[in-house]
Design a protein around this ligand. Structure first.
Ligand code: TMP
Length: 232
């Protein structure tokens, strides 16, 4: 298969249909601009499983995504998308870079969900950008910013409820957006413990990539617990 793009955690391949691509989930785990890196056998499979499950849920709830179907343990069939060079982060509880940037203690519930935009640019280390920066850089048009924020809040409602029903707290997560061949705006990339902070609702145990970032415990064990809870 012809490679379209290779990222840190996934490879995108062409198919016979020019409008459809295959996402291949790798076992590579990276953090801090890939200065920390490891091969974690089985991570790709878990992230494909969890992402597929979540995309299916979002589609059922009327959120457009690039997901078509899960093809195999590590592969997902998706619509070709023109990806925006932005990461959209939603936070329900303080953690990660929010705590570092603003000097807030970890674990404080936020009065209302907070949305932040980051410019996807490795050289600049994915800086936080405001509304006017996004316009200045030509990353999105004004109406797209509003539409994306609207979709993002809705996704947060859906996922918060879903995870909570399965004994998990959705602390924060990252979404990426793109334009599908039919022109519609869609959630793309992946939604997995690589891109979400998920805490066990009973024990508070961190089950996401923070285990790898901060050496908190076995990465796969956390991701497996997430999948088991979602399936159970
Ligand atoms: P942050 O607190 O480090 O800004 O991360 C916020 C959320 O975004 C967290 O759930 C992890 C996710 N995230 C990614 O998916 N990719 C990234 O490159 C970073 C930095 C965070």
């Amino acid at each position: 298969m012809e490679k379209v793009y290779e990222g840190k955690a996934k490879i995108v391949y062409k198919t016979e249909d020019p409008d459809k691509y295959i996402l291949y989930f790798k076992d590579t785990a990276t953090a801090f601009d890939a200065t920390k890196r490891a091969e974690v056998e089985g991570k790709g499979e878990l992230n494909n499983n969890i992402s597929s499950l979540i995309f299916q849920l979002l589609e059922e709830r009327g959120i457009r995504t690039h997901f078509i179907r899960k093809l195999s343990s590590r592969e997902m069939l998706v619509w070709r998308a023109k990806r925006f060079e932005l990461e959209v982060v939603v936070r329900n509880i303080s953690a990660g870079s929010l705590c570092k940037r603003l000097g807030i203690e970890e674990g404080k519930p936020l009065e209302k969900p907070l949305v932040e935009f980051f410019y996807k640019n490795d050289e600049l280390h994915d800086p936080l950008v405001c509304y006017d920066h996004i316009i200045l850089l030509g990353l999105l048009k004004e109406e797209q910013i509003h539409e994306i924020k609207h979709i993002t809040f809705r996704v947060n409602e859906i996922l918060r409820e879903f995870f909570s029903q399965h004994g998990l707290i959705l602390v924060d997560f990252k979404l990426e957006f793109g334009q599908l061949p039919d022109g519609s705006l869609a959630v793309v990339d992946e939604v997995s413990p690589d891109t979400c902070r998920l805490w066990d609702a009973k024990t508070g145990e961190k089950l996401d990539k923070d285990r790898f970032r901060f050496d908190l415990g076995d990465l796969l064990e956390g991701y497996r617990k997430v999948l088991e809870k979602l399936q159970g």
